[in-house]
Write a protein that binds this ligand. Structure first.
Ligand SMILES: [Zn+2]
Length: 293
């Protein structure tokens, strides 16, 4: 009986584990990111188990309720740190995401071999429509080697132009909870795509004011640990900019999560969808940008 119960639990667990999805180098099906004839889709992942991120200090006040008050800014930094930490504090994985501090750098364009490349969290308080056509909460751009799926750079941009964010532990009414948004985006940052499970952090919909995505669902943890299982390496070696590939052809995928269509403010239960993907191919030092529909 004990054995049967255990088996049933395992089956249930296995069923759940199939819900998470990796972002793939290309998809066998799907219009804008279809695999070429000789391409095999591979999951995106960092090669290192320790990845630095930096917080752009420009417009930091725009996510702190317009305040330059030190306490308000510290609250934002803490919310960012907790969002990354949610993916670090998992026993079955040794992936570590480390706060590299504030930076003035805000160029999210990855350039192969450029030591200034930094994984950024940025606040975009104007010209969001140049970045995304939909009313996205945030957009995560991941640059990777399409041959093996190894991630070279990832940047998160938060739409502070159209939304008011709340960084505190208790979100303010009619504000988007920063941790709820960022914890989801960090999942894209490490190579995960959207999950089918409604309660998962990587589920593609969220109402304004939701906080449940701050904490990982077992499905999210399964995705993390399938990608970055515990290894013997101790302590994890942090990836430095100089180790980024310099010669590879690189691809870029962008995942944005936005509210429902239309011009109206989102009602409770607003729908988030994935924005179109944009493919960036760098060959011979030139960038060829092909925008998805
Ligand atoms: Zn998303």
């Amino acid at each position: 009986m004990v054995f049967a119960a255990a088996a049933a639990l395992v089956l249930f667990h296995t069923s759940d584990a199939q819900a998470f999805r990796h972002t793939m180098t290309c998809n066998l099906e799907g219009s804008e990111h279809r695999c070429a004839e000789d391409q095999t889709p591979k999951p995106l992942r960092w090669s290192a188990r320790c990845v630095l991120y930096h917080i752009n200090e420009d417009a930091l006040e725009s996510v702190a309720g317009g305040s330059n008050d030190e306490a308000a800014l510290a609250e934002v930094r803490r919310a960012v740190a907790l969002s990354f930490q949610a993916w670090t504090d998992v026993e079955c994985s040794d992936m570590t995401l480390v706060d590299g501090g504030l930076t003035t750098q805000k160029d999210s364009t990855f350039r192969a071999g450029d030591s200034r490349n930094t994984n950024l969290v940025m606040w975009r308080d104007k010209d969001w429509d140049e970045l995304a056509t939909a009313k996205a909460f945030a957009l995560t751009s991941v640059t990777y080697n399409p041959r093996n799926g190894i991630i070279a750079d990832a940047d998160i941009q938060v739409n502070t132009e159209l939304y008011n964010y709340s960084a505190g532990n208790i979100p303010r009414a009619n504000h988007v909870d920063l941790r709820n948004t960022l914890t989801h985006e960090v999942g894209h940052f490490i190579g995960l795509d959207h999950s089918d499970l409604r309660n998962a952090t990587m589920y593609s919909t969220a109402p304004v004011g939701e906080t449940s995505k701050r904490a990982l669902h077992p499905d999210d943890i399964n995705g993390l640990c399938a990608t970055y299982p515990l290894r013997a390496e101790e302590p994890p070696q942090c990836l430095r900019a100089s180790e980024f590939p310099s010669e590879a052809d690189l691809g870029l995928r962008r995942s944005g999560c936005n509210t429902g269509a239309g011009e109206q403010e989102p009602p409770t239960g607003a729908i988030l969808i994935v924005l179109g993907l944009i493919l960036l191919v760098m060959r011979n030092g030139r960038q060829v940008l092909g925008a998805a529909p």
